[in-house]
Design a binder for this molecule. Structure first.
Ligand SMILES: [Zn+2]
Length: 352
């Protein structure tokens, strides 16, 4: 990767963009895309060494989530409904097959991150490190029988829920302004999933959980907590963001939160507009540094899955972001932890 501080990023939805399910032709991760945020050229330009690449299952009936409709005060909520398990399994298989083909086609450009050693290696390797993550475990049944095969196929991180319910938990609806204290927490199967992931060497992601799901997971987890892409609720009252006590629980566990770049979770006015100063993202970074300390804050872009601010643009904008963080008085040591060190330290506990 290029000179400068390498970034290991907490979340992107790039695989969904590269491997569309109908109509659009697949795109190559080697080509600089006309749209979206992340591919090998833009990762290289931004010093991105690797990250969590999500397998996210879109609803069968729609290609994209509907735009939430704000009321006169800009307040809005959107509660996605559950998806069919057989559909989720077929989609997961399609995406994993597509990813295998990408690794086979570009062994000199892509690096599969399966172990902590792989994560360390990708920081200084020319290849882009890919840690496969499942965002919403709708393809897994309550007995978790699919887990060993998913591990074999390279999955090393699972968020039990996206913002729709499944047999493990209920997730958090989208909304602003909104508490995240909505609905019940983990089911019995959800507790089983956490335990079996820990035993196999798969990290559990708290992003998209409602408060009770977060608390239940924290209670049954024995390893440091991870939220790969969330903002600070005190700065933006999005249902997806974490309150101070949740941030402290993550820090107390020795864990990490990746600050989400999605403008709708950062701005504070409930809008997902791109005309947001990049400094607003830095506000969330500094806020979390204040609440949690420098060993627990990281970056979780949500590239190709959310609206980015124009000033950042795409993955090539990482150096601008790191420079702004430095400009706000963060030391080089802390910056290195935020850029990659904290995720790598915490994942050492999760990956076997
Ligand atoms: Zn997400």
């Amino acid at each position: 990767m290029p000179a400068g501080i390498p970034v290991f990023d907490g979340h992107n939805d790039t695989l969904q963009r590269l491997l569309p399910r109908t109509g659009d032709a697949p795109q190559s991760i080697l080509d600089h895309g006309d749209s979206g945020h992340l591919d090998v050229p833009r990762a290289r330009a931004g010093g991105m060494a690797g990250g969590f690449f999500a397998i996210y299952i879109r609803a069968q009936e729609s290609r994209n989530p509907p735009e939430p409709v704000p009321d006169d005060n800009n307040a809005w909520t959107w509660t996605p409904s559950a998806i069919d398990v057989a559909w989720a399994r077929a989609e997961c298989d399609r995406l994993l097959t597509g990813i295998d083909a990408m690794f086979d086609a570009h062994p000199d450009q892509l690096m599969r991150c399966l172990t902590h050693d792989d994560l360390v290696a990708c920081l200084s390797d020319d290849r882009l490190g890919i840690l496969l993550h499942i965002e919403g475990a709708a393809m897994i049944g309550p007995d978790c029988a699919e887990l060993p095969e998913l591990y074999e196929r390279g999955i090393r991180s699972i968020g039990p829920v996206w913002s729709r319910p499944n047999c493990f938990a209920h997730g958090i609806r989208f909304g602003w302004p909104s508490s995240n204290d909505i609905g019940p927490g983990l089911t019995e199967a959800g507790r089983r999933l956490v335990a079996e992931c820990e035993a196999l060497g798969i990290a559990i992601d708290l992003s998209h959980m409602n408060r009770q799901g977060f608390l239940d997971t924290a209670q049954c987890a024995t390893k440091p907590l991870i939220a790969t892409h969330c903002g600070a609720h005190d700065l933006c009252e999005s249902a997806r963001n974490l309150t101070d006590d949740q941030l402290r629980m993550v820090a107390d566990s020795g864990g990490v939160v990746g600050v989400n770049f999605y403008t709708g979770d950062l701005r504070g006015d409930g809008l997902n507009h791109a005309d947001m100063p990049l400094d607003r993202l830095v506000d969330h970074v500094l806020y979390m540094l204040d609440v949690m300390g420098e060993d627990h804050v990281a970056l979780g872009s949500d590239f190709d899955g959310a609206v980015m601010c124009d000033e950042l643009g795409d993955a090539s904008g990482f150096p601008r972001l790191l420079e702004l963080i430095t400009g706000r008085g963060v030391s080089d040591t802390a910056l290195s932890k935020i850029a990659h060190g904290n995720f790598l330290r915490v994942l050492e506990h999760h990956l076997t």
